[in-house]
Design a protein around this ligand. Structure first.
Ligand code: SF4
Length: 845
């Protein structure tokens, strides 16, 4: 065993800080702060694993190469963009950069700091300087000055190399007497994220220290704005909040994090760890210790609270039986907002992992129906390298074909065979989907078009009415004079007439019942249709795919097919009965699993594990693919394989000691099979959920017969049509989001800070000021409502349907909003110091 040098220092890098802000993981920061040479050695590197040479996925190399390609592409595009601009005094409209090969890839070459400073000293400077390598190893005084600004010890910490992607030289202006150096960074993600802004903020602070110690004059670092250029957009952002957050982190958090032995740094293995380089290491350590993070979807904060309360492992939660340990459970509930809502789920999941038995939680949902006639399972696979969708899948189920003794339904898979050519799959995907929707719509429309008179029972009943009425009319005509006489004979005739009249009334009632039964049967005969996707990521990939092509002019059919999607989300309701909840068109299965069941699957409910242990009684299906076509803990098909197809390369791997080679066309076939497996496995999980939850009344979504919105002529001008579709989709999705929140159980709405519950009025009537004070559950103290907020609604907690029917009313129909006037209140004030807390409300109608 080697001891690390007694002078071993922690290494602070921009990427380690950015990773901390991304993952919020103390362990990740503590481990990343140890240079490779000191890892695994006594001292600061003890218990710090060596870096995984190959990251857990081969695709990471593809992503890194794509990142380099992206950066070169953006630098060249920017070069073209500025070359046409007129120069500012002393500033040339060019970028100083070079491209160099590196391990088989091309990248922008780093520019040593002294060279960059030399450039700035010249009378005429380039507008941009790329990849300045800020290595303060040879400049310990500057590093010390930087670290001491935050109270950090230069004898214990050194600064790693930092490389801002671009430095822009801005000319002086009225408010800035010096030229300013603005930091840009390129990020291969779709959009800029807060950890990217933090990274830029770090570069600005470092550059300030460098400039202050250099002999370069006439420059200041731009501390007001930074730029992050992602795939989707160029974002110029305010630096102030990020510099503040970073300074606070460096000053107040870093010393404590580095003071910890590596083994004691808090960690939490969860879904967000998938792309962390330590995931395999962390999972095996967590498995060995039966760590609390094995409980699926437990939060990091709840894990901290449980650890502090003495629950060291998943196993410690197993004995918490509500029948015998209620007091202890209540104590845990009081520890945090999340535990107050989810502790029962955490305990059930811990127990499920103990005995392998799935458990159904005592929860209900308005987001999934028990029944539908047409089940449509969708999936969308993303290529993380190009940010495009490379495969789409549709599986439909429309009941059982008794004659063929097999399910009625179809499967369709669409795979992009050229790099990034997602239109080639989007169009046939939409065509297939839309033909299905139109067919179901048409079938339902035909059923609705049937007149009640075509029903034999209605017509027989109507005939009875006519016959009884005719008999009564004939009797009246025959005995017209005698019926008026006050004689015994007249009395007898009038009694007969009354009997005949009652027969008519009875026949009319029977006819009315026959019509009602007809309409009921007609309604039952129409089909309900519902969509399912396994993962939120599939839904996001699909939504982004549609958004990317909404303004495409080619092929012309695409816009028409996209227009059909709007018919799924009509801008105004076409349904008369808003009290039934037709309005959630799709269910994300993993969200249902998370909310409604506890499964013996650690960390998170990936389709591979769930489909293996959570199957319906018959016809269950597991999500399995050959090696390399999907990866553990991910529900996506491996994007690495579509790159093999696009690059025309073979995929080689070992299977039980035998070398296997797949050609690009073999790979396409396997991707096709993998997508089908995903669709079937999703369907299998859906069926099991329905079987477990439906009979217990936990699936409360009641679907209406399916129909597409048909009113309104499509606009002729393509751009306007695209805008109309875009607007309708945006509005529809926003309304659906409100609806989705309203379908959540009260406890989940409280946990999302959008509900105050447990309200108890302090008086029976309004006070002189027209308000009334309510006490409420302290768990809801963090709600995001502010005094002065209006348009809030007050509804009974035990009647959740009111929110969906009376308040939301008909989706996309703002004219129905008057209906919630009786429930409207305005929030006047809080009194959070009293116990329980109080809120003052006023009617707002
Ligand atoms: S895998 Fe997760 S828990 Fe482990 S270091 Fe990375 S972020 Fe932290």
């Amino acid at each position: 065993m080697q001891r690390s040098s007694p002078t071993a220092k922690f290494r602070l890098t921009a990427s380690a800080i950015a990773s901390h802000f991304k993952h919020r993981c103390d362990r990740l920061f503590r481990w990343n702060a140890v240079a490779t040479a000191h890892r695994g050695k006594p001292g600061i590197g003890w218990n710090v694993p060596r870096r995984a040479r190959e990251h857990s996925r081969p695709g990471i190399a593809l992503l890194m190469a794509a990142g380099d390609e992206f950066e070169i592409g953006r630098v060249q595009a920017l070069e073209a963009e500025i070359s046409a601009l007129s120069p500012a005094p002393g500033i040339e409209q060019r970028i100083h950069y070079a491209i160099q090969p590196d391990r088989g890839r091309q990248r922008v070459a780093p520019l040593p700091l002294p060279d960059a400073l030399a450039l700035l000293r010249q009378p005429s400077v380039p507008r941009f300087i790329a990849q300045i390598e800020i290595d303060l190893g040879p400049h310990p005084a500057i590093a010390a000055q930087f670290l001491q600004m935050f109270g950090l010890d230069p004898d214990a910490i050194e600064l790693g190399v930092s490389r801002p992607d671009l430095l822009e030289v801005l000319p002086p202006d009225e408010s800035h007497p010096h030229r300013r150096l603005r930091v840009w960074d390129f990020k291969g993600s779709q959009v800029a994220r807060h950890e990217h802004f933090i990274q830029v903020a770090f570069y600005t602070m470092l550059l300030e220290a460098v400039l202050s110690c250099s002999d370069v004059t006439g420059y200041a670092v731009d501390t007001e704005h930074g730029v992050v250029e992602s795939r989707a957009e160029r974002t110029t952002f305010d630096l102030a909040p990020y510099r503040l957050a970073l300074a606070d982190f460096l000053r107040n958090r870093v010393p404590a994090l580095l003071a910890l032995p590596a083994a004691d740094a808090h960690f939490h293995v969860h879904e967000g760890c998938v792309l962390c380089e330590y995931m395999d290491e962390c999972r095996s350590r967590a498995d060995a210790a039966d760590d609390l993070s094995r409980i699926p979807y437990i939060t990091s904060e709840s894990k901290r609270h449980l650890l502090a309360a003495g629950y060291r492992s998943r196993r410690d939660l197993v004995p918490l039986d509500p029948a015998t340990r209620q007091e202890e459970i209540e104590r845990l509930r009081s520890l945090s907002h999340d535990l107050s809502t989810n502790v029962a789920r955490y305990i059930a999941a811990a127990q499920a992992l103990d005995d392998g038995e799935p458990r159904v939680l005592e929860k209900h949902t308005f987001q999934m129906p028990w029944y539908e006639d047409v089940r449509v399972v969708l999936c969308a696979e993303q290529d993380a390298v190009t940010g495009t969708c490379f495969a789409l899948g549709i599986k439909t189920y429309e009941g059982w074909d008794a004659a063929a003794n097999r399910p009625l339904g179809q499967e369709h898979v669409f795979i992009a065979q050229e790099k990034g050519d997602e239109v080639s799959i989007l169009l046939p995907f939409l065509q297939t989907l839309n033909r299905l929707l139109e067919r179901v719509h048409q079938e339902n429309a035909s059923i609705r078009a049937q007149a009640p008179e075509s029903d034999p029972q209605v017509s027989a009943a109507e005939a009875q009415v006519a016959a009884a009425q005719a008999e009564l009319d004939a009797f009246r005509a025959r005995h017209e004079a005698d019926l008026r006489r006050r004689t015994p004979q007249g009395d007898a005739l009038r009694a007969q007439r009354e009997a005949l009249r009652q027969r008519v009334e009875a026949a009319k009632r029977a006819a009315k019942d026959a019509r009602t039964n007809f309409f009921k049967a007609q309604r039952r005969a129409q089909k309900r249709l519902h969509f399912y996707l396994y993962d939120t990521l599939d839904a996001l990939v699909l939504k982004s795919l549609i958004e990317r092509h909404l303004f495409d002019t080619e092929p012309p059919e695409l816009l028409a097919e996209l227009g059909n999607l709007v018919r799924l989300f009509p801008p105004e309701s076409v349904l008369p009965d808003a009290d039934t909840f037709r309005t959630i068109p799709a269910t994300v299965v993993v969200q249902m699993l998370r909310a409604l069941v506890a499964l013996p699957v650690p960390y998170g409910y990936d389709l591979r594990s769930v489909s293996e242990i959570y199957q319906p009684e018959s016809g269950g299906f597991q999500f399995r693919t050959p090696y390399g076509f999907s990866w553990e803990h991910s529900n996506q098909i491996a994007f690495e394989r579509i790159h093999d197809v696009w690059n025309g390369t073979e995929f080689r791997y070992q299977q039980r000691g035998t070398a296997r080679v797949l050609t690009p066309s073999d790979i396409l076939q396997e991707i096709d099979k993998a997508v089908r497996a995903k669709l079937r496995a999703t369907d299998s999980v859906v069926r099991r959920l329905k079987a477990d939850l439906g009979p217990k009344g936990q699936l409360l979504l009641r679907k209406e017969p399916f129909q597409l919105y048909t009113a309104g002529d499509p606009l002729q001008v393509q751009m306007f049509e695209a805008l109309r579709i875009f607007t309708a989709l945006e509005v529809s999705l926003a309304e659906l989001e409100v609806k989705r929140v309203h379908t959540l159980p009260v406890s989940d709405r409280v946990a999302s800070f959008v509900c105050i519950h447990g309200l108890r009025a302090e008086t029976d009537t309004l006070g002189a000021d027209g308000t009334i004070w309510f006490r409420f559950d302290p768990a809801a103290s963090d709600t995001k409502f502010e005094p002065g907020d209006f348009n809030l609604v007050l509804t009974p907690a035990d009647e959740p349907a009111i929110l969906l029917s009376d308040i939301d009313g008909e989706l996309f129909n703002s004219s129905s909003r008057w209906r919630y006037a009786p429930y409207k209140v305005k929030l006047v004030a809080y009194d959070l110091h009293s116990s329980p807390p109080r809120v003052q409300l006023a009617p707002d109608n």
